[in-house]
Design a protein around this ligand. Structure first.
Ligand code: GTP
Ligand code: MG
Length: 239
């Protein structure tokens, strides 16, 4: 993984602002959290970022999103990856950031993510484990460490957080890859770009306790993620 400023082509030297930024998320009954998440994005980006929510809720989540000026795309709930893939592809702007709508991820670090893109990185990945992730349940923390070790071994390159929900991507990366995973989409979104030689950078992020109910079954979800990591790594090695 690269550690210094990168990129020599014209696209890499283009300097993006919040006007070039889309923040996208899947939202599924996140009434308890969405107000805080969207207010943070508004405040940090001066209301300049586009916000896209792919929503499967039966509560007031989509109304709150619209009140905040977000673009809401309704979709039957089919899992994390189905929603986030649609949100990524619906985004209009050259830099796209994903987040969860549960108030766990630090929108305060959006300027830092944009800064790394402006330094040439194609993917900027929030590493929740760097500072210890005390707010994460022990089972999840252990699982996430294991996923990172598994992916690192299969890729031959050390990564630290494969399942983070907060990343920035250059549009080109999103458009160049055919995304296949659902629960494992977050891992896929790190592994395929890395194995195809894109410039990927992990940055430490703070991680908060979740507001509202989790949508993930840790055991079923964990197994699905492990399977995705193995499948995606093997597919990319064969390319
Ligand atoms: N539209 C849509 N969004 C979903 C679906 N499943 C999950 N999400 C959203 O995707 C994001 C991630 O889900 P979470 O429940 O936070 O999953 P997680 O981060 O693995 O689990 P926690 O550690 O408990 O936060 C949240 O914003 C959810 O609302 C779905 O089927 N449809
Ligand atoms: Mg979450």
């Amino acid at each position: 993984m690269s550690t210094d400023a990168v990129g020599t082509d014209a696209e890499a030297t283009e300097q993006y602002t919040f006007d070039d930024l889309s923040v996208v998320m899947g939202t599924y009954n996140e009434e308890a959290a969405i107000e805080a998440v969207l207010s943070d994005i508004d405040r940090i980006t001066d209301g300049r970022a586009e916000v896209v929510c792919v929503d499967g809720s039966s509560d007031r989540t989509p109304e709150i999103a619209r009140e905040h000026g977000a673009r809401v795309i309704k979709q039957e709930p089919q899992g994390y990856g189905v929603a986030v893939r649609e949100a990524l592809l619906a985004a209009d702007r050259p830099v796209v950031v994903t987040t969860d709508c549960d108030d766990t991820y630090p929108m305060e670090q959006l300027p830092e993510f944009l800064d790394y893109v402006n330094r040439g990185y194609d993917v900027v990945s929030g590493d929740r484990l760097y500072w210890g992730a005390d707010a994460m349940p022990d089972f999840n923390r252990f699982g996430n460490q294991a996923f990172a070790l598994l992916a690192s071994a299969l890729m031959g390159e050390r990564v630290h957080d494969t399942t983070t929900g907060m990343r920035a991507y250059r549009r080109r990366v999103i458009e160049d890859v055919a995304w296949t995973e659902n629960t494992g989409l977050s891992a896929e979104l790190l592994i395929r770009p890395l194995m195809r030689g894109y410039d990927v950078r992990e940055v430490p992020i703070e991680y908060d306790e979740r507001a509202g109910e989790t949508k993930l079954d840790p055991i079923k979800g964990g197994l699905a993620i492990a399977k995705s990591i193995v499948k995606v790594c093997l597919e990319e090695r064969r390319q």
